[in-house]
Design a protein around this ligand. Sequence first.
Ligand code: BGC
Ligand code: CA
Length: 357
Amino acid sequence: MKKLLALVLAGMMAFSLTACGDGGSSSSEGSASDGSSAAGGEDKAVTIGVTIYKYDDNFMSYVRNDMDKIVAEMDGKVTLSMNDSQNNQSTQNDQVDTMIGSNVDALAINLVDPQAAAVVQKKAQDAEIPIVFFNKEPDLATMQEYDKSFYVGTTSSESGVEQGNVVVDYLKADADKKWDKNGDGKIQYLMMKGEPGHPDAEARTEYSVKTIKDAGYEMELLAPEDTAMWDTAKAKELMDNWYAQYGDKIELVLCNNDGMALGVVSSLTANKVNGKVMVAGVDALPEVMDYIESGDMIGTVLNDDQNQAQAVIDLAVNLARGNDPLAGTSWKFDETGKSVRVPYKAVTKENYKEFVK
Ligand code: BGC
Ligand code: CA
């Protein structure tokens, strides 16, 4: 009886594999949603070629692990071919060539350089392989040149606004204005940027400050904004320099991500002033939750790695199977019809417990 079942199952699998072995043209019926959250209606075995701009990035390592976990819990018919682009665009270009050469069914690309989208996309387009960019947003005009090119990420400006709100809420709650160390009514601050040119870094830098100013606070930038490239060790070094120069004048450090906020807190701790300077980040990494609890950070903004990873897998698998990219999912495209944007959320001492994983 068991043998018979196995034979029937093997026969069904062989059938479903041949049924879509013709380049996917028979797959349009796969777009019918079965109401489940799994992507697509058809279950052809597929390989998704993935690049991560560098494994050695706090936030991206969460996204990568989420992707692995999601696929491990699927039906066993999705394989990820995962690559570390080691922060080198030409390494990534070679990886994409190799994956195309080995006939992956779709690409999921975390660019090293957001400006390289056109070059990478052309490789996919020439080989007629669908491509889903994630985390580093390509130009809309580039994506519009290929009907099988999409983006999964966030609305970058929203993270700046939410980070600004974290600061404003903190200031408002501080009735005796302990934050204003020199009592001049202005916020003396420093801006630690992520990678210059990265849409998230640029938007966070602009909108965090704008939000605080729009709430009626005067701000004074102590030193020109500087980058620590999203990185904890570089952030510690930069903060050590800033502290040596500005010491107790510093009232607020805005960090484009939590990876850098961790470096800032470790520098402030070494200088025995942790908790005496307002520090805000973005990402809601598990590592910062204790600092929000202790007051070493006033807050962060959830950058939802799990939902972004899920959307990347859902779209890539659907496209790999020749389905509509959103088939069987609850994701929605923004008005461009190209991008799925997962919302951010402010995380402070009031609500951080909801975000502890
Ligand atoms: C995250 C950063 C990360 C960067 C990588 C951003 O969205 O907030 O932590 O380093 O993406 O591209
Ligand atoms: Ca002040």
